[in-house]
Design a protein around this ligand. Structure first.
Ligand code: HEC
Length: 134
């Protein structure tokens, strides 16, 4: 029950109008356990230089507003590599987790100059935080 509640809270900002949500709801509990408050610190330390939390404000990377659930490479005005634009990745928590663990492996030829975040808890916290901006 707890897990289900956490998962639902985690995805509340998503408009769950389509079947699209179902696979995510069944697969994310481990990641959804992240702490969004700690995740804000991870964001500031690791991502804020290149990704803003304001809609429409792109830095080196795209704005993080609405990241969860969107298709890779689709923020208007953001600069992307061809590799990212053609990746067809949908940014579920799992895909974000995989990408920030090994950016170069998940999007070979991508242009994000970030080596990866080894700490699984930090990644979970960060993703919980990003979900509050979606
Ligand atoms: C040095 C700048 C830089 C840092 C630091 C950085 N990114 Fe990125 N990020 C980029 C760039 C540039 C791209 C576009 C990559 C491409 O097109 O191949 C990107 C793309 C992304 C995307 C795909 C976005 C989309 O709109 O499809 C995600 C998700 C992402 N980054 C997450 C993160 C997270 C999470 C962190 C912190 C842990 C982070 N990035 C840190 C520069 C950065």
């Amino acid at each position: 029950m707890m897990k289900t509640l956490t998962t639902i809270r985690f995805f509340k900002p998503l408009a769950c109008a389509s079947l699209f949500c179902l696979p995510m709801l069944t697969t994310v509990p481990a990641i959804a356990a992240g702490n969004a408050v700690s995740g804000a610190d991870v964001y500031n330390a690791e991502c804020a230089d290149c990704h803003s939390l304001k809609a429409g404000k792109n830095k080196k990377g795209s704005s993080f507003v609405g990241l969860i659930g969107r298709t890779a490479g689709t923020v208007p005005g953001a600069k992307y590599s061809d590799a990212m634009k053609s990746s067809k990745i949908v940014w579920t928590p799992e895909r974000i987790d995989a990408y920030i663990t090994h950016p170069k492996q998940v999007v070979p030829g991508g242009s994000m100059k970030y080596d990866g975040l080894d700490d699984a808890k930090a990644r979970a916290d960060l993703i919980a935080f990003l979900a509050t901006k979606s």
